[in-house]
Design a protein around this ligand. Structure first.
Ligand code: PMP
Length: 355
């Protein structure tokens, strides 16, 4: 039996999206690709409220995280961490031999913009890295505040990991001064994994042009060169996923509506939050609860593994806690194309199992 995915990625992929990928192949240097990528680029600009250059990368999101480290850091960067994925980004920068400082918060906490500003005031940093939505802890950081604060630091680039928020939560890239915002498509876009996208500002492109240690595959200017020539990828792209993304963006923009999609995520989060208050507790600071994933403190010491075994018989799967949070927490994702009714159904099943 298929288990419906209530895990924070990959998320459930609708049948019509899967069918959209069933087409006779064309070549990545053919006009079909230029038309396809041109359309996807425009639609992503709309979704992200931006005029910035769109990178469409055949990689998972981590590839574009590494791209940020390599294309943006000139002398020294600040990584702000509050969970597993923000910590991983700091490790990536270090692995790229970059000089970084880490502003570290306990897992579960959110990061106020004013704390980041205190560090930027030192004038030591040319790039700051922020994880919008910490999938490991269910925290969403206040990106609007952080982005608006960045206007006081015009020489500093803001790079944002929006892997588990983009397409589920509003991100006003240009208004919020975001230089790079990146995501993979297997989360709130509700597509199969293997593709990542980013919007890259002119300021970030200029910084990238000044750097000479960027490697080859993830050089932003390699993407730009082939885009300017013919709106094509620098290497053979996963065209099936790009076709699916184009199809899904039509659904998001024209059928559901971008703002309705964000509202649906809020509604689903509200349902899970009410249930959590009644039955358990939050792992995350309640001021920063994520609209796409809730991390629940296992205050009743249930067996999360056992719960998932029972859920599997009923056709669903949730996530255990991340890393050392295993069994101490569990996570319910409410992202992608899952509906409020499906969330209610899931919670009803969990109630029945743990009663
Ligand atoms: N950042 C965050 C916030 C994530 O949730 C994930 C995936 N769970 C990643 C980065 C890594 O993304 P990918 O697996 O697509 O490389």
């Amino acid at each position: 039996m298929h288990k419906k995915l209530f895990i924070p990625g990959p998320t459930e992929v609708r049948e019509d999206v899967r069918e959209a990928m069933n087409f006779p192949m064309f070549g990545h240097r053919m006009p079909e690709t230029s038309k396809l990528m041109g359309e996807v680029g425009e639609k992503l600009q709309k979704l992200l409220y931006t005029n910035n250059f769109i990178v469409i990368s055949t990689s998972s999101g981590t590839g574009l995280m590494e791209a940020c480290s390599r294309n943006c850091i000139k002398d020294k960067a600040l990584h702000v961490t509050c969970g597993s994925f923000s910590e991983r980004w700091a490790k990536i920068s270090k692995a790229c031999n970059k000089d970084i400082d880490i502003l570290e918060y306990e897992w579960g906490r959110g990061i106020p913009a004013s704390d980041i500003e205190e560090k930027l005031k030192t004038g030591k940093y040319d790039t700051v890295f922020v994880t919008h939505n910490e999938t490991s802890t269910g925290v969403m950081n206040p990106l609007k505040d952080t982005g608006e604060m960045m206007k006081n630091y015009p020489d500093v680039l803001l790079c944002v990991d929006a892997v588990s928020s983009m397409a589920g939560v509003e991100i006003r890239t240009d208004d919020w001064n975001i230089d790079v915002v990146l995501a993979s498509v297997q989360k709130a876009f509700a597509l199969p994994p293997g593709l990542a996208i980013a919007a890259v500002s002119a300021k970030a492109m200029k910084r990238s042009a000044e750097l000479d240690d960027k490697g080859y595959y993830f050089d932003f200017h390699a993407f730009k060169k082939y885009w300017d020539k013919a709106k094509q990828p620098p290497t053979t792209g996963c065209l099936n996923l790009i076709v699916a993304l184009n199809y899904q963006l039509d659904k998001i923009i024209n059928e559901e509506g971008i703002e309705n999609r964000f509202k649906r995520h809020e509604e689903m989060a509200g349902i899970v939050q009410d249930w959590t208050r009644k039955n358990f507790d939050f792992f995350a600071d309640e001021n920063y609860l994520s609209p796409t994933v809730t991390c629940i403190k296992n205050t009743r010491a249930i067996s999360v593994t056992g719960l998932n075994e029972e859920l599997a018989k009923r056709g669903a799967v949730i996530s255990n806690g991340y890393g050392s949070l295993k069994e101490k927490t569990f996570r319910i994702a409410h992202m992608g194309d899952i509906t409020p009714d499906e969330i209610k159904w899931l919670l009803g099943e969990i109630d029945d199992i743990i009663a």
